[in-house]
Write a protein that binds this ligand. Structure first.
Ligand SMILES: [Zn+2]
Length: 58
């Protein structure tokens, strides 16, 4: 399977290293070392926990 790169600027998928539309450097949508999505999910969990703590439920 080809490696599709994702333009961080306009969100288009391309196999080029630069976006054909806006010439922004593209990147792989899922970096192997960490996932930005997971990082945010973890942050959301922390915020939720903090909210429960303030209500005295945690
Ligand atoms: Zn672009």
């Amino acid at each position: 399977m080809e490696h599709l790169h994702n333009c961080g600027s306009c969100g288009k998928y391309t196999m080029e290293k630069a976006c054909a539309s806006c010439n922004t450097e593209t990147m792989l949508p899922r970096p192997p070392k960490f996932s930005l999505e997971d990082k945010y999910a973890e942050l959301r969990r922390e915020v939720k926990k903090e909210g429960l703590r303030k209500k005295g439920l945690y």
